[in-house]
Write a protein that binds this ligand. Structure first.
Ligand SMILES: Nc1nc2c(ncn2[C@@H]2O[C@H](COP(=O)(O)OP(=O)(O)O)[C@@H](O)[C@H]2O)c(=O)[nH]1
Ligand SMILES: Nc1ncnc2c1ncn2[C@@H]1O[C@H](COP(=O)(O)OP(=O)(O)O)[C@@H](O)[C@H]1O
Length: 186
């Protein structure tokens, strides 16, 4: 029998650098697989359906929830986001490791459904730097940025629920910290 793969959850405020960290981890560690989420958020310029997200309308999303097609889901800043169950299940059963880059409510659902998952919270060096990163990305409206900053404070308050907390100040150091935990010799 193949032993079960690992489920690794990366959570943290929008703009903290989760996507940046995850991209680097995936490039450096081919054995990690990123789960592609479903969302009702409209695509940003350059985002590709099936690669960055599966973009669906609210009816289709609600149908997926009803049918039990999602491992977890949540509403964030006015849109739905969720993790398709099937691909994650198949990889874990095949002994492969899967990364989820999701927000707090979803992370809590994973903890309930899959207690052996490793939950990691990424902190910004400060709220001011978080706002600077959100604005410098220049992808969201002022209204979307304001919603993300409000939610950021709530997420940071829950960081103690996670197995590991990492501050993404210097990018290379943050990656090293993540690698130390994910690939520690056991
Ligand atoms: N619960 C849950 N959250 C998700 C999922 N996919 C993405 N998210 C989170 O939704 C939030 C908003 O994502 P997005 O609109 O891409 O904005 P960004 O994080 O600012 O780039 C982020 O905190 C993501 O981690 C998912 O499948 N489930
Ligand atoms: N350690 C870091 N130092 C400075 N800027 C960073 C760092 N990590 C990420 N960024 C920048 O911050 C912005 C938000 O990063 P992103 O990965 O999109 O965040 P998230 O996926 O958490 O929303 C991007 O412009 C990215 O280049």
């Amino acid at each position: 029998m193949v032993s079960q793969g690992r489920l690794i959850v990366i959570t943290g405020p929008s703009g903290v650098g989760k996507g940046t960290l995850v991209r680097q981890l995936l490039e450096r560690h081919r054995q990690l697989h990123l789960s592609v989420s479903v969302t009702t958020r409209p695509p940003r310029p350059g985002e590709i359906d099936g690669k960055h997200y599966y973009f669906v309308d609210r009816d289709r999303f609600e149908e997926m929830v009803q049918n039990g097609e999602l491992l977890e889901w949540a509403e964030f800043a006015g849109n739905y986001y969720g993790t398709p169950l099937d691909p994650v299940k198949k990889r874990i059963e095949a002994g492969e490791s899967v990364l989820l880059e999701i927000e707090l409510i979803g992370a809590r659902q994973i903890r309930e459904r899959f207690p052996q998952a490793q939950l990691i919270f990424i902190h910004p060096p400060s709220m001011l730097e978080l706002e600077r990163r959100l604005r410098s990305r220049a992808q969201d409206s002022d209204e979307a940025i304001a919603k993300r900053l409000k939610r950021a404070a709530e997420e940071i308050n829950a960081a103690k629920e996670f197995d590991l907390e990492v501050v993404n100040d210097n990018l290379d150091q943050a990656i090293k910290q993540l690698e130390n935990v994910l690939f520690a010799v056991v």
